[in-house]
Ligand binder design. Structure first.
Ligand code: PNS
Length: 163
């Protein structure tokens, strides 16, 4: 079975991520979306919130499973028996970081391949950090994130204002 892992912070998941998942789910039999649980990295959403948003956003994708992981990505890939890592590439600026990560993973586990999928032109400018910034300052993130993420962002920043 061709099984792939699509890892990331997903803080929060964007339409750019969803596009990569949809296109990938066509050629793999199983896609495990893996949310990094890294307590030392500051995130807006907890790992539980990120997983919940992803589950909601992918509920119509039958061969997609959402999990969280802690530690090395290659260890997680072995745990779920996946030989492929999927990463999206938006622009040349992503390349150096992605290439280094792919090389490090290859050094750790030669049998696990990284495959890059180019982002659609519509989503090239979308990133989780820009989404958070737009939402924090009251801009509209419609068409950039799934509906459930938009609602969670609204709640998150409304609660902050009230504190
Ligand atoms: O969405 P992101 O933040 O660009 O995702 C980065 C992620 C989670 C894929 C990466 O940080 C990761 O795989 N972390 C796990 C630790 C690891 O395996 N490190 C070795 C490779 S650099």
């Amino acid at each position: 079975m061709l099984k792939a892992v699509y890892p990331g912070s997903f803080d929060p998941v964007t339409n750019g991520h969803i596009d990569i998942m949809e296109r990938c789910a066509v050629f793999v039999e199983k896609l495990v979306v893996a949310v990094l649980d890294n307590p030392s990295k500051a995130s807006l959403f907890s790992v539980e919130e990120r997983v919940a948003m992803l589950k909601e956003a992918t509920r119509n994708m039958p061969n997609v499973e959402v999990r969280s992981f802690y530690g090395l990505l290659v260890d997680f890939c072995r745990q779920v028996d996946a030989g492929l890592v999927i990463r999206g590439l938006r622009a040349v600026t992503d390349f150096e970081y992605e290439f280094k990560m792919a090389l490090a993973n290859r050094k750790l586990a030669e049998d696990i391949e990284t495959v890059f999928i180019s982002s659609s032109s519509d989503n090239m400018f979308i990133s989780s950090s820009s989404i958070k910034e737009i939402a924090m300052f009251g801009g509209s993130v419609e068409d950039m994130v799934p509906e459930c993420v938009k609602n969670c962002l609204d709640r998150k920043f409304k609660n902050r204002e009230e504190k």
